[in-house]
Design a protein around this ligand. Structure first.
Ligand code: GTQ
Length: 351
């Protein structure tokens, strides 16, 4: 009878393979996993202590010298990698009064969600987007962008980038341009006036780029959409409450090819159903307080905190307060959907 290989002879066999740089698939660990695994952990970054360090960084280095004065939110599970989840980067950026963060471009795509300050700008595609708290500003891959603050107050925002994905795919490019600021070719906030209403398309613009032509999604509009839905008694999604995706007004799809953005309102007393999806997310608290239970770990959040949801982690949101809570989030959803890797499962609630 043909016996199975003896373990000892198998081990001897395997030893002969390494000089040839080959290895048996049947012994390979961590390759054909039955379900997604990640080293990223559910984690919350409180705003106040980070803000303090950011202001201190403002005394130590200029925006110009730093290029971008950013404190990166590093997920403690990811061995010091500059990443909030295994595919998403997040950071808090400070631009002090009368500073410039010089013009550059890169193959990574970025979103900015404004936390503090009023009236600083991001220039992108020849247009300045003037930034107010809660505004979402896009700077897509390859688009030249610079930031500036002509006001007398510091400006702080959350940066979200697809950098771990881009570097993981070994496709990172980065360049400065010759001048600290880009040439402005269009009026401030013009894309908002052309596209923010969503339903009337300017027919003379032939937008063929793979990202939204709308540079800024203003908080005034986003907030009133959420509050109107609450007042209309809309229940929204069982797992996310009243949740809207920021969309590309041309395609109706995600704002960027690699990242999607969402604004959601959790009504007072809401405890959502639990689910998990392959996408990972970074959440930022705009208003209210609550708890998101992630893989059994309660993450208690307050305004201006930021927290990470690793891919495939079971989660549910709880707003036990008597006020509505509002969360902004960005995810890697378009990347996973484009590749056919999007999966979602409904789960039993953990709390
Ligand atoms: O503002 O362009 O947090 O290029 C990381 C890389 C911000 C930016 C970051 C960047 C930027």
């Amino acid at each position: 009878m043909a016996a199975k290989s003896e373990p000892a002879s198998m081990d001897r066999f395997i030893e002969t393979l390494s000089p040839l740089h080959i290895y048996p698939l049947w012994r390979q660990k961590g390759l054909l996993l039955r379900k997604p695994e990640t080293k990223a952990i559910p984690f919350l970054w409180r705003y106040a202590p980070i803000r303090e360090r950011l202001i201190e960084a403002g005394r130590l280095i200029s925006a110009e010298e730093a290029q971008r004065r950013v404190l990166i939110l590093k997920n403690p599970g990811l061995d010091g990698k500059p990443a909030a989840t295994s595919r998403l980067y997040a950071g808090l950026q400070l631009v002090l009064p009368h500073e410039i963060a010089p013009a550059h471009y890169h193959s990574a795509s970025a979103i900015r969600f404004v936390i503090e300050g009023q009236g600083a700008f991001t220039a992108v595609d020849g247009e300045r987007a003037l930034m107010e708290p809660g505004d979402l500003v896009l700077t897509a891959a390859w688009a030249v962008h610079d930031h500036g603050n002509d006001t007398d107050e510091p400006m702080i925002w959350l940066d979200g980038l697809d950098l771990p994905l881009v570097t993981g795919l070994e496709c990172s490019f980065f360049n400065e341009i010759d001048t600290p600021t880009q040439k402005l070719t269009r009026p401030d906030d013009v894309s908002e006036r052309l596209y923010a209403h969503g339903q009337l398309r300017p027919t003379w613009v032939h937008w063929t780029k793979n990202y939204s032509p709308l540079a800024k999604y203003s908080w005034i509009q986003t907030e009133s959409i959420l509050i109107d839905a609450l007042n209309d008694g809309v229940a929204g999604s069982p797992t996310d409450g009243i949740i809207f995706e920021y969309s590309n007004p041309i395609t109706g799809g995600a704002v960027l090819p690699t990242m999607a953005c969402f604004a959601q309102l959790l009504a007072p007393g809401l405890h959502t159903e639990a689910h998990r999806h392959t996408t990972s997310a970074v959440y930022h608290v705009v208003q209210g307080s609550g708890t998101t239970i992630i893989d059994g770990k309660p993450i208690h959040w307050q305004p201006r905190d930021t927290f990470a949801l690793p891919g495939w982690a079971v989660h549910e949101h709880v707003n036990s307060s008597s006020e509505p809570a509002i969360l902004f989030s960005f995810t890697d959803d378009p990347t996973l959907r484009a590749l056919g890797f999007y999966q979602e499962r409904f789960e039993k609630r953990q709390g």
